[in-house]
Design a protein around this ligand. Sequence first.
Ligand code: SF4
Length: 284
Amino acid sequence: MEIIVGKSAGFCGGVLNSVTKATKYIENDQNIYSLGEIVHNKEVIKKLEQKGLKIINSLEEIDDNSKVIIRAHGISKETYALAYKKNLTLYDLTCPKVLKIHDEVQKYTNNSYFVILIAHKTHPEVIGTVSFCQANSVIIEEKDEIKDAINKIQNSGYHKIVVMAQTTFSLDLFNEITNILKEELKDYELIINNTICNATEIRQKETKLLAPNVDAMIIIGGKNSSNTKKLGDISKSLCPNTYIIETRDDLKEDLSHYNKVGIMAGASTPKESIDEVIKFLQKI
Ligand code: SF4
């Protein structure tokens, strides 16, 4: 069996930085909390918990003056305010690319722009980003939400619009939605600011190249990882034999009849998980 591993598979720079620094912090101090899971990968989280990391879902759960790690995809303005009120020590590992989006949406809203965010509404990164916009914003997740968004803009009285994206959104869907917006919003000053991060873009493009040229694709990543989900969707559309797994243990199917297998992994998938799958396939 020939095994082709995508060059970009696995940790992006932002996740590597978060996991490396979080590991160092916990090794030096066992009294550190993480607000939510640092990355969307249960193997990584398990290791950090074994080292002593305590995960909380809300700052309300901990005492004043505690120490808290902020994950790569950031927190909301209100959460920063609460941390300040509780006098917490923050180890802020928000990825610089997410911080840049927070800065930009603030600048645009301060300059009377209406913000369209092309994003998944419930993703923690998006909840954070929206908090840095003022009321003049709308989220579009699917093409059928464009009409409602346009109505909202027309009723808002705004004339300047900026379109931005969640860092891990699908590049294809972003392009499809922005092409429609360009047509529909011809009478407005419209800025398209593609903020999908290049780590996401590179993994999606590589999956597109690899998937049609193999007999089967294995996509490795956390079940709640947004960018892994996109890689799975892209792969499925180009290679019907796509297996989306979190770890090698999820591979239950007989793969022995495939001659050529491709492997891609999300930006929060550790190298160990990829290596385990490679070893497993090599045995076949
Ligand atoms: S996917 Fe992009 S934005 Fe998210 S942590 Fe990685 S580099 Fe940063």
